[in-house]
Write a protein that binds this ligand. Structure first.
Ligand code: ZN
Length: 74
């Protein structure tokens, strides 16, 4: 049997913004605000992306990432 656990290293691509984000649409708790730590052309070339997003830190909540439309850049 093959293990699907890869050895991919994930660089830290975001920074956590102090303060509360929007309430989670599922559990209603304030979410963590995150922003790109290293904003560069690569993201820009991918077309649509988000400058900021929210992350629900509630472990019992199925929602993890929320991409608000107001942070969308086309
Ligand atoms: Zn939640």
């Amino acid at each position: 049997m093959r293990s699907t656990r890869g050895g991919k290293r994930s660089r830290k691509k975001y920074v956590v913004i102090p303060g509360d984000g929007d309430p989670c649409p599922r559990c209603g708790k304030p979410m963590q605000i995150r922003e790109y730590a290293d904003f560069n052309e690569k993201q820009e070339n991918r077309g649509t992306f988000y400058t900021r997003w929210f992350c629900c830190m509630n472990e019992s909540c199925k929602t993890t990432l929320v991409m608000p439309a107001r942070y969308k850049v086309a």
